[in-house]
Write a protein that binds this ligand. Structure first.
Ligand code: PGA
Length: 258
């Protein structure tokens, strides 16, 4: 890994209840303590538990951030069921995910919607993890690079150079998410390097050098070190393994050591 500070996020998805989310948050705080300074760590609980997880994390005076798995781009108004950036910030969130593949492919979010979320989050002073990645069909059709490029370009449309300090890009090949299949470190590195090159084209080499590009898709303790050892992989977005304290801590440690 480079001089970029590694970033590891735990995406808890639609799992856990108040008690189990609280227990997991306490476990993460305790077990990740040694790497708090060297890795940016965030957990993304389901919306109803943002406040309770944040209050546990805050009471431990840790640098671990709480984030929201999604937001709506409008500030307020008649948008039944949606939640604004200001609301999640008010619940203690420091960051949000935008364009997770489950939102793109299960809920049907478009690049344009993802871009509105990215911009709304930045406007609200939240960090944003922009998720991109190809489906198996697209990979087999040789479209990996064009799909990633389009999702990055459209996801970052009208995001200024300075605002890029708030953005982390997560490359998550859809076929690797929750499937137990992981991209090889070489394939992941190749995709990351291309995304970094594209950020350089859109902005400049300095922004490209600074932006963190993390990998997601069946990251576990056994493969984390080889992924994070790649020059353009700056950490991970972790789903299944983030629900087990020991596994998540081992992944954070691999990022610290990568
Ligand atoms: P996974 O999920 O680690 O369970 O594959 C990753 C993600 O969806 O962010």
């Amino acid at each position: 890994m480079s001089t970029r500070k590694p970033y590891v996020g735990g995406n808890w998805k639609m799992n856990l209840k108040q008690d189990s989310a609280g227990a997991l948050a306490r476990g993460v705080v305790d077990s990740c303590e040694p790497w708090q300074g060297s890795v940016d760590i965030a957990v993304f609980p389901a919306l109803p538990y943002l406040l309770s997880v944040h209050s546990i994390i805050r009471s431990h005076a840790t640098t671990i951030a709480v984030g929201s798995q999604d937001v709506y781009h409008e500030d307020d108004g008649a948008f039944t069921g949606e939640v604004s950036c200001a609301m999640v910030a008010d619940c203690g969130c420091k960051s949000v995910l935008a364009g997770h593949s489950e939102r793109r492919h299960v809920i049907g979010e478009t690049n344009a919607q993802v871009n509105l979320k990215v911009r709304a989050a930045i406007e609200a002073d939240l960090d944003v993890v922009l998720c991109v990645g190809e489906t198996l069909e697209q990979r087999e059709a040789g479209q990996t690079d064009t799909v990633n490029a389009q999702q990055v370009r459209e996801g970052l449309a009208e995001v200024g150079q300075r605002q890029m300090d708030r953005v982390v890009i997560a490359y998550e090949p859809v076929w690797a998410i929750g499937t137990g299949k992981t991209a090889t470190p070489e394939d992941a590195q190749d995709a990351h390097a291309k995304i970094r090159g594209l950020v350089g084209e859109i902005y400049n080499p300095d922004v490209a050098e600074r932006v963190r590009i993390i990998y997601g898709g069946s990251v576990k303790p056994s493969n984390a070190a080889s992924l994070f050892g790649q020059p353009d992989i700056d950490g991970g977005l972790i789903g299944g393994a983030s629900l087990k304290v020991e596994d998540f801590a081992a992944i954070v440690r691999a990022a610290a050591e990568g």
